[in-house]
Ligand binder design. Sequence first.
Ligand code: PLP
Length: 418
Amino acid sequence: MDSIFADFEEKILPGMTHWQHPRFFAYFPANAAPVSVVAEYLVSAMAAQCMLWQTSPSATELETRTVDWMRQALGLPQGFSGVIQDSASSATLAAVLTMRERALDWQGNSQGLAGQPRLRVYSSDQVHTSIDRAIWISGIGQENLVRISGQGRFRGMDTAELEAAIIADRAAGMLPAGIIGSVGGTSIGGTDNIADIAGVARRHGLYLHVDAAWAGSAMICPEYRHYWAGVEQADSIVFNPHKWLGAQFDCSIQFLRQPEDLVRTLAIKPEFLKTHGRDGVINYSEWSVPLGRRFRALKLWFLLRAHGLENLRAMIRAHVSWSEGLATRLAGEPDFEIVSQPMLSLFSFRHRPAADQDHDEHNLLLVNAINDDGRIYLTQTRVDGRVAIRFQVGQFETTSADTDTAFSVITEIARQIG
Ligand code: PLP
């Protein structure tokens, strides 16, 4: 073990990107609160398979309990239940499979898609690529993911265009199956008007899945819930406690208004999985694509009990205010432009190059120079086809001094290369 550990320190650690560093401002956070890591040690040591109630009674019961705690913490109404999936990608896949089966009157799993009408699913162009992949894997096909143009500050779907597309598709013999809404998209925090698109979904009998993988954590603060107003009308909602909230990866909650639809899509019971005489208990493997499941609820239980919602709210509020503060400071600097205003703690900016330089090349050069410098870590995106630099505050250990450092590093390096 001594030599394995020595090699770990010498060969592995220096080659890692440090997601738990307080000056990690890239992507979205993948926080691992130490208390959730302790829970993971216990889970790893027990190494239980939490597929059936009988294979993991406490884990199953705790999953039901912690998911309900989170439902209350996020202000979702009673009646929503849920499951802990490994990732938002899996939750979205489960939701897309459900919307497919519901639209096909539960015939897709048995008969396949050949000979069926073309299924259609609708989203903005701000959704995460996990939506595209769920569409591929479910056999619906990329061409049937209909992109509705975005409007307003957060590029939410134009509801009139959404409704017109559904009507036209149906008239053309296609089969609209569902709508996927975004709250806090990865690029610039793209957010749909969930109340409006829920109205469209209801009028046309479509399944509505909402991806709030990152922004969902902030909904523990009542003052941010306007971002997803109307969410109680969704059929399925995913949010990742393994991002901002601090539950060590992986931990993604999928809330469901009517879990029977998901279970009807995914449940399969060969004899060896039957638990005779135990009808009525929850077997969470019937709610997810994988059969084998880790005990993910324990870290959520440890996290919520050790930190408490008020402390987690204070952290999120501080992150949002530091991000807004940095956006304001950068906007006041010559040659900096805010490309997308803060959505919670995420905004994007650009630096203006000298007159003869290409904007995109210059900003790519800038983000690479900042990352090569090594004091902070950022990533880029494209907004309306042009490069912008993303900035988000979300790491557990970040302080306002770290965002001050970010301001100095960004402006100093921009001056050097500009
Ligand atoms: N949705 C959004 C908005 C995301 O930002 C991400 C990842 O960053 C995902 C989905 C995918 O999350 P996961 O890695 O849990 O599949």
